[in-house]
Every structure is written in C-alpha cells, then in structure tokens.
Design a protein around this ligand. Structure first.
Ligand code: NDP
Length: 445
C-alpha cells in the first residue's frame, strides 16, 4: 500500500469499527483508485474520497409484526442512501438473518460504481432486514413486508430512492412491498423495480442479472478469442442469479455441472439441462426446498456443507453470497486450469482470492461490473414506468447486451495493459471517474 492509501484506509477503519465487509469493499476500491488519483491532480482536491466513502444517509428502524400464532415479532430494518450524485438512490433490499450495517454499507458502496458503469442515471443505495423469510408462511412474509414498508415509505419515492430485490427478496416480496406503498401514498408510481409483468414490471428483469453475467463472460472470452461453447461451468447458489446464469450458459452451449445453497452443492457431471433447471426453479421459487433434493431426483452427488470450487471446471460463476470463495478455493480453481471467474454475487471472492486470481493472470470479473445487468434492467424498468410504456422482451434483451458490452469496454479502457486485463482496476476507475466528475460539478454537498 502507498502511504496515502495507508493513511486514508486507517482513517476509514477508525471511523467504521466492526464493519469488516464494508472495510473489505473500501480497501479493494481504494487499491485501484488511489494510484490513479495520484497521477491525476484534478481528483486530489475537495476530499472526494472521504465524501464518497461516507454514506449520505443511513436509516435504521424497528419492524414489528404479528406471526401466524398471533405473537409479536421484532426485526431491524435498514436503508443506506449512499450516493445520489447521478440519480435517485437505487439498490436492492436483502432479507436474511445475517443482514447488518456492515453488509449493507459494503453493498451500497459497491452499488454506486456498479450503477455508474451501466451508463444510466442511478445513484447508489441498499437496504434490508435481518428477517429470515425461510420457513415463514406467505401470510407472515406479507405482514413483515407491510410493516417494513410502513416506515420505509417515508424515505423512498420514484425520484428519491427506488429499491429492488436481492437475497430473500423476489417477486413475492416486491409485490407485498409495492401494494403497501401504494396504499400508504395513494399513488401508483415506479417506486420499486422487479415488479410483476401486469403492474409495471419490465420483461427480462428477473433474468437480467444472470443473463447479464453470461453476456459479460462472453465479452471477456471474446477478447481472448474464446467462446462459451462446450466450457464446463461451476455455479454456486440456486436463487435468482444462479438460475438465469445457468439458463443462459446452457443456451450458449456450455455444460453447467454444479449449483448450491447454504447447505451444500450438487455435482451433476452429465450437465444440468433445461428440464433439470425447470425443476430447480420450481423447487426454489414455489416449494422453497433444498438443493439436495435435486441430487435425489436426478441421481447425482450432493456434497454437504461445501462450496463447488473443488470441482474441475473451465469457468466459475459464484452467484450465492459474499466471501463464499476464499484463497484456498482460488488455488484449487487455478490448479484445475479454470480460465475465468465471473462474479454473479456481490463480493463473493475474498481479497486474498482476488489477489491470487490477478497474480495468476486468470480472467477475473468483479461483481460490480459482471452483475450490473440486474440494476441496468431495473433502470430500464424505471424509464418504462416514467414513459408509461412496456418494451418487448427482444428490445430489453438487446439493450442489456449493449450495456454489458459497454461495461466491458469501460473496464478495458482503464484496466488493459500489454500483459493482462485487470477488470478490478478497470471497473473501479471507470465507475469512480463518472461519479467524481459529477461530484466536482455539483460542489460541496
Ligand atoms: P436469492 O435469494 O434468490 O438466492 C440466494 C442463493 O444464495 C440461494 O441459493 C441461497 O441459499 C444462497 N445463499 C445465500 N446466503 C448464503 C450463505 N451465507 N452461504 C451459502 N449460500 C448462501 O438471491 P439472488 O440470487 O438474488 O442473489 C445472489 C447474489 O447475487 C447476492 O450476492 C446478491 O447481492 C447478488 N446480486 C443479485 C442481484 C439480483 O438482481 N437479484 C443483482 C446483483 C447482484 P439458501 O436458499 O440456502 O439461503
């Protein structure tokens, strides 16, 4: 670390104790951006980095709700309104027992640059709750969502802050949240994205993160004269991002051999085909079952309590959660001749794992570039809501492909050298420049 990086990072560490995920995201960002700023005087003034690292606003609130037995429950709700320099705060809501301020600040911080990379006018934000939807009835999830929105509705709006889904928040939860917002405000607006098709949702939004991830992977491989065809792919997770990454990878001729959830992973050496994937979608979104049931149903192995990175593959797509791929996993992947790692989840690789990939010259795409397709189509949903129009599937998919290609180009612009394309550096610097230029224009706010 250079001395200016060390002193800034120790200042941030002192200000944000007990926030390891947040500090990890900031460190990764500063490692790319501080050396760039050192060579560009126009970004040295105005405490730009200090202002960027501090969220504009953090809201923490109590969420009381009644369970099916009539007993009172209490959870904690959050919204981190991180940066509104280029548009309304935009970012998902996560419902998971692990949710805390550190996790939401890391997600909100990364969201600023991800949203900037899409080229659409969206600021960065993130929110959620430590509520666990697993094992709850639809009625309990609805009660919780309504109480959560009762408070959140004071802080959001189509021109202020537009949340979406994330872990534990899918179509069902967005429906309950939207219904309650509409009831409280007595207005029908595009205040959330990921809405149902019949009431303002965009086609391709559910698919967008997973599809976008594979489009980005295609660009990475194309830059090396390679294709996805016949590649063996290991995917983690079996939720929204994993399902649609799997679908698009199959469409482009790859063989996907793993999926996982928090209890372990399945390994299907014959490849997950469209029929088997349909089973996974139904299992996860309708029955809310466990991925181990796939192994029983299709007679393949289930490896309990482990992540899929020990499986031999050409490409790894981590699509579950943060820090699910560590340095040991990175070494195994490199040893097994994996050529590319593309992050569908947010910050799934630890800093040591990222450094190992970079020093071994593996193609590595950070989530803030590779999984930006989801928020990009959320941005397109906002545009359609404002215009009161509904674009066709083909139109949205084409726009998504162009956006992912442009993000790839932006990464090349700032990350390409003679020997290697450093996508981490490219994504961080490209995102930073867009926000920093706008912050300079807008003065001290
Ligand atoms: P879902 O809730 O649909 O699925 C999450 C998947 O990850 C599930 O298979 C879940 O397993 C698994 N998982 C969650 N927590 C853990 C854990 N601690 N250890 C192991 N597995 C875990 O979420 P999404 O697919 O929407 O999100 C996945 C990732 O992608 C997240 O990092 C999210 O921030 C990121 N992302 C999502 C976007 C979107 O549009 N949805 C956009 C951009 C990024 P289980 O069911 O057992 O909990």
């Amino acid at each position: 670390m250079s001395s200016s990086l060390t002193s800034l990072f120790s200042e941030v560490t002192k200000l944000n104790p007990n926030e390891p995920e947040f500090l990890q995201a900031v460190e990764e960002f500063l490692t790319s951006v501080v050396p760039f700023i050192e060579k560009h005087d126009n970004y040295k003034a105005d405490h730009l980095l200090q202002r960027l690292i501090e969220p504009e606003r953090v809201i923490i609130f109590r969420v009381p709700w009644l369970d099916d037995k009539g007993e009172m429950q209490v959870n904690r709700g959050f919204r981190v309104e991180y940066n509104s320099t280029i548009g309304p705060y935009k970012g998902g809501l996560r419902f998971h027992p692990s949710v805390n301020l550190s996790i939401l600040k890391f997600l909100g911080f990364e969201q600023i640059f991800k949203n900037a990379l899409t080229g659409l006018p969206m600021g960065g934000g993130k929110g959620g709750s430590d509520f666990d939807p697993k094992g709850k009835s639809d009625n309990e999830v609805m009660k919780f969502c309504q109480s959560f929105m009762l408070e959140l509705s004071r802080h959001i709006g189509p021109n202020t802050d537009v949340p979406a889904g994330d872990i534990g928040v899918g179509g069902r939860e967005i429906g309950y949240l939207f219904g309650q917002y509409k009831r409280i405000k007595n207005e029908f607006t595009g205040v959330l994205t990921g809405k149902g098709q019949g009431w303002g949702g965009s086609l391709i939004r559910p698919e967008a993160t997973g599809y976008g991830l594979v489009y980005f992977l295609r660009e990475m491989l194309r830059a090396q004269n390679m294709t996805i065809q016949d590649k063996v792919i290991a995917i983690s997770g079996s939720g929204n991002v994993a399902q649609y990454a799997c679908e698009k990878a199959i469409d482009l001729g790859a063989k996907v051999v793993t999926l996982s959830d928090s209890s372990g992973y399945i390994y299907d050496p014959n490849g997950i085909d469209k029929k088997k994937l349909e089973y996974v979608v139904e299992l996860k979104t309708i029955h809310r079952g466990r991925i181990s049931e796939y192994a029983q149903n299709f007679n393949c192995s289930f490896v309990k309590g482990k992540t899929p990175w020990e499986v031999k593959c050409d490409i790894a797509l981590p699509c579950a959660t943060q820090n699910e791929l560590n340095e040991k996993d990175a070494k195994t992947l490199v040893q097994n001749k994996c050529v590319a790692v593309c992050e569908g989840a947010n910050m799934p690789s630890t800093i040591d794992a990222v450094n190992y990939f970079l020093s071994n010259r593996i193609l590595f795409a950070p989530g803030k570039a590779a999984n930006a397709g989801g928020v990009a189509v959320s941005g397109l949903e906002m545009s359609q809501n404002s215009l009161r129009l509904h674009w066709s599937r083909e139109e949205v998919d084409e726009k998504l492909q162009i956006i992912m290609r442009d993000i790839h180009q932006a990464c090349l612009k700032y990350g390409e050298s003679k020997e290697y394309i450093d996508y981490v550096k490219g994504a961080n610097i490209a995102g930073f420049i867009k926000i920093a230029d706008a912050m300079i224009d807008q003065g001290l706010v």
